[in-house]
Ligand binder design. Structure first.
Ligand code: SF4
Length: 348
């Protein structure tokens, strides 16, 4: 199979190109085309001689996943992208403009499917898939960035799409290294269900992204009910790992009506995360026909009460009025689904 240069680190690209490209400045030019401009073909590398572009195309690829569907823009401007891979896997990403600022976020998938099995999440419902390669993650980013012509300095990147990024650590770290060429680490957030070895590995990187941790319940017993991963990585040990993480942390908390949204739950959550210096992002649940019917979105009054209680207990909190709800692009709603027909494609 032809090597995709987006799957290689700069020094590996240099070694791979050695036979074809002799002057070092040509190698630098090629790496710039890839990591700064994110081109999807050798043809686009306009400052390279034509013969060299042809030689490169014979030996390597710079291909991205193919876009098969794009939803029309939702009322808030967000759009969902469905990409396909040659092996039949499908990946979803979301473009999210921020109406109140000039910034734009892209939500990327790190796996096609997810084995973690959180019961409030449609991706988890459809089960395990496979790890995405750096070229597949970078392809989502560059495709959306090019289509909307967003300058790099206005991009935020969040790994909150399909999959658990810290179970695909090596490919994630390689992808981050390329993204850092144009997007500052503080503009990138990796969201995890609480894979402790992954959190510790991320903490050891020279350049670290922000971390978002999906907590969703203030105690071990309830968290285990909706996040089976809690049995492997218990909540007290997870909190200890978060205290070791040297970067910014956001605690994500999906609010489920009558289950974890009472004021006493807010008090327990504030107690649990004391000492973390984290802010909380409260996410009212997004219903989906594939998810348990008992899971319901709380009323606005219940959400406000929960948030006020957190604030009174000294916690900084924002509420994510999920972008893209009407196109099933909100948190926990990605599954590699056919946008036009609405058929859900089980990730392979
Ligand atoms: S919430 Fe994240 S970790 Fe949990 S099942 Fe969904 S994609 Fe996987």
């Amino acid at each position: 199979m032809t090597t995709n240069l987006y799957d290689l680190a700069p020094e590996q690209i240099e070694a791979a190109l050695g036979e074809v490209v002799s002057p070092p400045f040509r190698v630098r030019q090629i790496i710039e085309w890839l990591h700064e401009r994110g081109v999807g073909s050798f043809e686009a590398m306009s400052n390279l001689p034509k013969e060299l572009r042809a030689q490169l195309a014979e030996r390597f690829t710079v291909a991205f996943p193919e876009v098969v569907e794009r939803t029309p823009p939702a009322a808030d401007g967000s759009r969902k992208y469905l990409f396909t891979r040659g092996d039949g896997n499908r990946i979803e990403s979301v473009y999210m403009p921020m109406p109140t600022s000039e910034r734009t976020s892209v939500c990327l998938s790190s796996q096609a499917g997810c084995a973690v099995g959180c019961t409030f999440c449609v991706t988890g419902f459809f089960g395990a898939g496979r790890n995405l390669t750096p070229s597949e993650m970078l392809g989502q980013f560059f495709t959306i960035q090019h289509e909307h012509a967003v300058p790099h300095e206005r991009m935020n990147v969040v790994f909150m799409g399909m999959g658990e990024p810290l179970l695909n650590f090596e490919n994630l770290a390689a992808t981050l290294d390329v993204l850092y060429t144009t997007v500052a680490p503080k503009r990138i957030t990796v969201s995890t269900s609480g894979i402790i070895p992954g959190i510790d590995a991320l903490a050891k990187l020279e350049r670290r992204p922000n971390l978002a941790i999906s907590i969703n319940a203030p105690d071990q017993k309830r968290r285990s009910e909706i996040m089976p991963i809690t049995a492997k990585y218990p909540l007290p040990e997870l909190i200890a790992a978060l205290k070791r993480y040297p970067g910014a942390i956001t605690v994500e908390y999906v609010l489920l009506a009558g289950w974890n949204d009472a004021p006493h739950d807010a008090v327990a959550l504030a107690r649990l995360i004391r000492g973390l210096r984290a802010k909380v992002n409260a996410i009212p649940f997004n219903a989906d026909p594939n998810l348990p019917p008992w899971m319901k979105r709380p009323t606005d009054a219940a959400i406000d009460h929960f948030v006020d209680t957190l604030v009174r207990n000294g916690v900084a909190v924002t509420v994510r009025r999920s972008k893209g709800r009407e196109i099933a692009a909100a948190c926990g709603q990605l599954r590699g689904k056919d946008v036009a027909t609405g058929r859900a494609a089980r990730p392979r």
